[in-house]
Ligand binder design. Structure first.
Ligand SMILES: [Zn+2]
Length: 93
């Protein structure tokens, strides 16, 4: 049986070029923040804007909010392929 210390949650890890993407949050002078996700290999970058109270209905029926594991120092190893069936069988979404 599970104990509290052994509980783990599934997270969605941003991957590009088989590496975990680097994620940094920047605070602007006007107080707003944004996140920037960058692939250290091909320099692809994605900007994330913070939404404090997201009205999910605006994103369509059945919209999901993802919990991303973002880090300014992601692991450098080549990312192993996750078993899709195992990951998708998680019913917590
Ligand atoms: Zn890349």
């Amino acid at each position: 049986m599970d104990t509290d210390s052994s509980k783990v949650a599934n997270v969605w890890v941003p991957v590009c070029c088989e590496r975990v993407m680097r994620y940094n949050v920047f605070l602007q002078k006007d107080g707003t923040a944004y996140g920037s996700m960058v692939c250290t290999s091909c320099n692809k970058n994605v900007t994330f804007e913070l939404e404090h109270v997201a009205d999910l209905s605006a994103y369509g029926e059945g919209a999901r909010v993802l919990s991303l594991l973002g880090s300014p120092k992601p692991p450098k190893e080549t990312r192993r392929k996750v078993d899709g069936d195992a990951a998708l069988s998680d019913q917590t979404l």
